[in-house]
Design a protein around this ligand. Structure first.
Ligand SMILES: Nc1ncnc2c1ncn2[C@@H]1O[C@H](COP(=O)(O)OP(=O)(O)O)[C@@H](O)[C@H]1O
Ligand SMILES: [Mg+2]
Length: 329
């Protein structure tokens, strides 16, 4: 669910004081604002309040001049140096009109800045130096390790944490009450667990549930809407890795990823849970190895490998393990 009707937008906190569960970050942010806005780098998992916090800061600083003083860009759409040299630079070069009570600088919010190529980051660093007089930057990303040190060292860094389950469930509860959507506490808890600290995801799931369903929400409804892979499929994957053929594995991956359109992320996180909870009688060493393989597979997905290939490769590694083949090709 996106756009203006999205509950996640409707219930986006407007002020820093309304941002939940990030007390340390908010305290630090407020105190660093006292002496004028520095360049900022916000990092942390999705749906934890990064964009919300900088928008709240910007509204407080620029009030009615927000549109004129703030440029929001998403680096994942235009990853390259051209975007930095054109869109960003043109905006940064512009002079600012003085208004009483409004700071004499503008703000560039660069979301998903870890998607910028190293070249683009280098150009960005130069701009941060050249335009310090009337431009501030807020870089937002999930992984700080992908930001070049010359950039991160020019920013004050704020680490956002995945929101605790209780914060997520309280917020979901509040939204349900305001929307007149009645769900059981069990449903709220189930959505909170699935959210894994990502409130945008949790709110989106809740809104989807509120749409298609006119009887009371069951755990099965939540699983369906969230695209949770049925646990019998997960059990069968493990069974096939132990006793099936490579062809069976391929057909299973095809069926889940292509025909039934389950997300590779869900398959990975559910396999991960099986191995973390150790429902399958493994030794500690075996569990470590499996979790490593799942993490590697997750990394390939982040690098935009085809999900079918990622899942096939993981299942083949598990197959090799169960058949006592060496894992290093
Ligand atoms: N800390 C939070 N407190 C309250 N609501 C939040 C918080 N974090 C996220 N949300 C909700 O999730 C939505 C997306 O949050 P956002 O700040 O855009 O996440 P991100 O960290 O990915 O930038 C917000 O519009 C809001 O509804
Ligand atoms: Mg964001």
């Amino acid at each position: 669910m996106s756009g203006q009707n999205a509950w996640s937008e409707k219930y986006r906190p407007k002020t820093l004081d309304d941002v939940q569960g990030q007390e340390e970050v908010i305290k630090l942010l407020k105190s660093s604002l006292d002496s004028g806005l520095p360049n900022l780098l916000f990092f942390g998992p999705p749906g934890s309040g990064k964009t919300t916090s900088i928008l709240a800061v910007a509204h407080e600083l620029f009030q009615g001049y927000f549109k004129e003083r703030v440029l929001e860009l998403n680096a994942s759409n235009q990853r390259g140096i051209e975007m930095v040299r054109t869109t960003l630079k043109n905006y940064a070069m512009q002079d600012v009109t003085h208004y009483d009570g409004i700071p004499d600088y503008k703000l560039i919010i660069l979301d998903e800045s870890d998607a910028l190529t190293p070249d683009a980051q280098t150009a960005l660093r130069r701009m941060m130096e050249d335009f310090t007089k009337n431009t501030r930057f807020c870089l937002i990303c999930n992984y700080i390790s992908r930001i070049l040190p010359p950039i991160s060292s020019r920013c004050i860094k704020f680490r956002f944490s995945a929101l605790p389950k209780e914060i997520v469930s309280n917020r979901l509860q509040m939204i349900c009450e305001k929307e007149g959507f009645s769900v059981t506490n069990e449903a709220i808890q189930a959505v909170s667990i699935l959210s894994e600290g990502d409130l945008r995801y949790g709110i989106g799931l809740l809104q989807k549930l509120s749409q298609g369903i006119n009887h009371s929400v069951t755990p099965q409804d939540i699983s369906n809407v969230a695209g949770v892979v049925p646990s019998k499929e997960i059990t069968e994957i493990i069974h096939l890795c132990q006793n099936g053929s490579v062809n069976d594995l391929y057909l299973k991956a095809m069926s889940l990823v292509v025909e039934q359109n389950y997300s590779a992320d869900s398959i990975l996180s559910q396999l991960r849970d099986v191995y973390i909870e150790d429902c399958v009688n493994l030794t500690n060493q075996e569990r470590c190895l499996f979790l490593q393989l799942i993490a590697q597979s997750d990394a390939t997905l982040i690098d935009k490998t085809d999900p079918l290939f990622s899942i096939c490769a993981l299942l083949c590694s598990l197959f090799k393990f169960y058949h006592k083949l060496t894992l290093n090709p």
